[in-house]
Ligand binder design. Structure first.
Ligand code: PHE
Length: 337
């Protein structure tokens, strides 16, 4: 039967090995020439009952294509011109070309870990602009008009305005203005962290840079206490540095918190270690709540702000903050994906 002949030729084609010019020519004569077996099949089309002609025609054409492909493939191989697809098909065990993968910047990794911890502690994430006005960066945060932090020495002024109806524009010197923006658009209770880049007009050294990163935290509700603040901060350092981390809380001062504290962790071993400050915090000053029309008699809250660069330097044992900003590929490649 025609059908069986088609199948058996198909089998032959599939297992045929063509390893020399002679074999290639034999293959051509057997399957592809005018006197070949496939042409012979086409010649018998006349004896096929009309209803199965279309089907048979298709099968024969497929057979012809298979033979042509096989021929071309063997020919190219013998000529030594292999196309890529043939090469891949020849040996599927060849490893793929390595694709260089990127890695995460140490600051991104540190940001991610801090965010994950506060996410577990019930904080949402908020964001604000890097270009701020004087009101959000200073005034609403209870900085007196002549406060030294507004000085040209610390702050990059983008616009110093003489007009009374126009606010100065600054590169934010901390992430605390995001507290103000958040409270302007959300009514308490509010519990959020605000990660971001900040800028200070400082000289560039191994220890200081004109830009760095902070994560701000804010919790405003009825009956928020200092004990709740310290509890949250202790949970944070334990989740970040392990349960046996040694920490201390000291009194401090910020215009926008009262009372204010700072937290240090002990870095290094017993004898050669030292206390390192990692964050500032405190109870939100009633003046700040009033600046965003929240009644300090009804609501209270805490805020904290931590330096991300410092935390990243510590965890990776680095001693020069500038390496975080140089984008040296040899440095960046050392960090995991
Ligand atoms: N904004 C302060 C700083 O940049 C940190 C801080 C945030 C302190 C919130 C108290 C509360 O140093």
């Amino acid at each position: 039967m025609l059908n069986e002949r088609i199948l058996s030729i198909q089998n032959e084609l599939q297992i045929a090995e063509i390893e020399s010019e002679e074999m290639l020519e034999t293959f051509r004569l057997t399957y592809l020439s005018k006197n070949g077996v496939i042409q012979a099949l086409f010649k018998e089309m006349g004896s096929v009952p009309p209803e199965s002609r279309a089907e048979m025609g298709q099968k024969m054409n497929a057979l012809k294509t298979l033979a042509q492909e096989k021929f071309q493939q063997a020919k190219s191989k013998l000529e030594g011109v292999q196309s890529d697809s043939f090469r891949a098909a020849d040996d599927i065990s060849i490893p793929a070309d390595p694709t260089p993968a990127g890695s995460l910047h140490p600051l991104s990794i540190t940001h991610r870990d801090i965010k994950q911890i506060f996410y577990r502690l019930g904080f949402t994430i908020a964001d604000g602009p890097e270009l701020e006005d004087d009101f959000h960066n200073f005034t609403a945060l209870n900085f007196p008009p002549d406060h030294p932090a507004r000085d040209m020495q610390d702050t990059f002024f983008v616009r110093k305005s003489e007009r009374p109806d126009e606010d100065d524009l600054v590169l934010r010197t901390h992430t605390s203005p995001v507290q103000i923006r958040l409270l302007q658009k959300t009514k308490p209770p509010v519990r959020a962290i605000m990660p971001g880049r900040v800028f200070r007009n400082e000289s560039v050294t191994a220890k200081s840079y004109f830009q760095f990163h902070q994560v701000e935290g804010l919790y405003i509700d009825r009956h928020v206490t200092m004990a709740a603040l310290i509890d949250t901060l202790v949970k944070f350092v334990k989740m970040m540095y392990g349960n046996d981390v040694k920490y201390q809380v000291r009194p401090s001062f910020f215009p926008f918190t009262e009372p204010s504290i700072e937290m240090d962790i002990w870095w290094g071993d017993k004898n050669s270690g030292k206390w390192l400050e990692i964050l500032g915090a405190g109870m939100v000053d009633p003046n700040v709540l009033q600046a965003v029309n929240i009644d300090p008699e009804e609501f209270s809250g805490y805020a904290f702000g931590m330096g991300v660069d410092r935390i990243a330097l510590l965890r990776y044992g680095m001693d020069d903050i500038r390496t975080l900003y140089e984008n040296d590929i040899r440095f960046l490649e050392q960090f995991p994906l």
